[in-house]
Design a protein around this ligand. Structure first.
Ligand code: KIV
Length: 276
């Protein structure tokens, strides 16, 4: 199977085939996501929450992101790897944004970057595209704006903010993004945006009309003990399974039943005799 490209994703929208995206942050899980045939792997700045244990994504740095993107890129043979630009990596100046987007490609081995924001990001996105780096937009509940929003709240519920989201989506499409993540947006508003765009929408908490879906992998596998948003479906509940394994390991080591003879290595009798 060949690498998923922006044109494969465009064709999927045109032919009404749904697009799949999941986050990953490490080699082992990314290799499974890739083998499962998921189209896109997002190395999300959600790593701040689920991997690094922060309260939100704001403390995540470029170096954190590059470190994890490199691990995921080594695993992804077919999926498109998208590096998520962290807070302050594209806000200070356009040259800095281009340099940071370039690091995801050059050092991280990603094929595209994602950044949060609507009309206010158009010039930055155009400059990144001028550097030949494909961009995914992200509007709705953009977690890097948590303080501005006053919490993690559904966006676009009133006329004014719904109209703004439609304008934002169109501005991003005109700027040249190849896809737009819609996060925590009412289902019917996401439908309207999806119908108005030629680029695919990828929903997370944005209902079933989007052209594709994305979830945070630790949430959907039931591996994260923190707050899980309403829009997450748990496809597995791994936390109790992992806890059972950890407790069994502890018990067996403490009682001396692990390791057993089958887990050890042998030494020839004559070598052993000469040791004593
Ligand atoms: O960081 C992330 O995981 C994301 C997804 C929630 C879209 O941005």
């Amino acid at each position: 199977m060949a690498r998923i490209t922006t044109s494969v994703l465009r064709d999927k929208k045109a032919t009404k085939q749904k697009i799949t995206m999941l986050t990953s942050y490490d080699y082992s899980l990314a290799a499974m996501v890739d083998s499962a045939g998921i189209d896109m792997i997002l190395v999300g700045d959600s790593l701040g929450n689920v991997i690094l244990g922060y309260e939100n994504t704001l403390a995540v740095t470029m170096d954190d992101m590059i470190h994890h993107t490199r691990a995921v890129s080594r695993a992804a043979k077919n999926a498109m790897v998208v590096g998520d630009m962290p807070f302050l990596s594209y806000h200070v100046s356009i040259p800095e944004a281009v340099r940071n987007a370039g690091r995801f490609i050059q050092e991280g081995g990603a094929q595209a970057v994602k950044l949060e924001g609507g009309q206010e990001r158009v010039d930055t996105i155009k400059a990144i595209l001028d550097a030949q780096i494909p961009v995914v937009g992200h509007i709705g509940l953009t977690p890097q704006s948590v303080h501005q929003f006053g919490g993690f709240k559904v966006q676009g519920k009133d006329l004014e903010t719904a109209r703004k989201l439609i304008k934002d989506a169109k501005a991003l499409e005109e700027a040249g993004v190849f896809s737009i993540v819609l996060e925590a947006v009412p289902t019917d508003l996401a439908k309207r945006i999806t119908e108005e765009l030629t680029v695919p929408t990828i929903g997370i908490g944005a209902g079933h009309y989007c052209d594709g879906q994305v979830l945070v992998i630790n949430d959907m596998l039931g591996m994260f003990g923190g707050h899980i948003p309403k829009f997450v479906k748990k496809y597995a509940d791994l936390q109790p399974i992992i806890m059972e394994a950890l407790q069994a390991y502890r018990r067996e080591v403490e009682e001396g039943s692990f390791p057993g003879p089958e887990h050890g290595y042998t030494i020839a009798d004559d070598v052993l005799e000469k040791l004593y």
